[in-house]
Design a binder for this molecule. Structure first.
Ligand code: IMP
Ligand code: MG
Length: 180
């Protein structure tokens, strides 16, 4: 195990079980629709890649990038769009926004409204992790992998200061790593 990890919260096997369940739910709900999975860079890439492989209904993918944390462990609150979805007309797509984690809820609550305003046919959200105890705005994801306690986690796409994204599991970062 990586030395900066205090303990593993979700093992590779735990994650596989969760992603398989989410893919089944999405398959069931998106039959006959025009699913566009919209990954939020960069945290969602590992989750998105594994999820799309398990989904059997037709799917297109795209990405957006928004600014959130900088180098710290809590959100600045302001959402800036750094890369927008590069499609002229969203009105034919049933968009599923794919995120690594919902924390304050500000990112996804903003993005769902933004995409609806841009004319998407429908907008839903899928998150690997959810920290409901940290919510600052009212927001519930439509598909949620696992509810986790108020701990800062890394791995499986999630970073601290751009590190640890490649860990195949999700682990709690030792507090001394970000307090030094
Ligand atoms: P929200 O807008 O506060 O819900 O922010 C969600 C974003 O904060 C996620 O996409 C992550 O980039 C980041 N984030 C929140 N909690 C964690 C964590 O425990 N580890 C790593 N990133 C996190
Ligand atoms: Mg993120």
């Amino acid at each position: 195990m990586n030395n900066d990890i205090e303990r593993v919260l979700l093992s590779e096997q735990d994650i596989d079980t969760i992603v398989t369940r989410l893919a089944k739910e999405i398959d069931r709900d998106y039959a006959g629709k025009k699913l566009l999975m919209l990954g939020i860079l960069k945290g969602s890439v590992v989750f998105m890649a594994e999820l799309m492989k398990k989904i059997t209904v037709p799917v297109q993918i795209d990405f957006m990038k928004v600014s959130s944390y900088g180098g710290g462990t809590s959100t600045s609150g302001r959402i800036n769009i750094l890369l927008d979805v590069l499609r002229a007309d969203l009105s034919e797509y049933d968009i599923l926004v794919v995120e690594d984690i919902v924390d304050s809820g500000k990112t996804l609550s903003y993005l769902t409204k933004y995409l609806a305003n841009k004319g998407a046919k429908s907008v839903k959200t899928c998150t690997m992790l959810d920290k409901p105890s940290r919510r600052e705005v009212e927001f519930d994801a439509d598909y949620s992998g696992a509810i986790i306690p108020n701990e800062f986690v890394v791995g499986y796409g999630l970073d601290y200061d751009e590190n640890y994204r490649a860990l195949p599991y999700i682990g709690i970062l030792k507090p001394e790593v970000y307090s030094k």
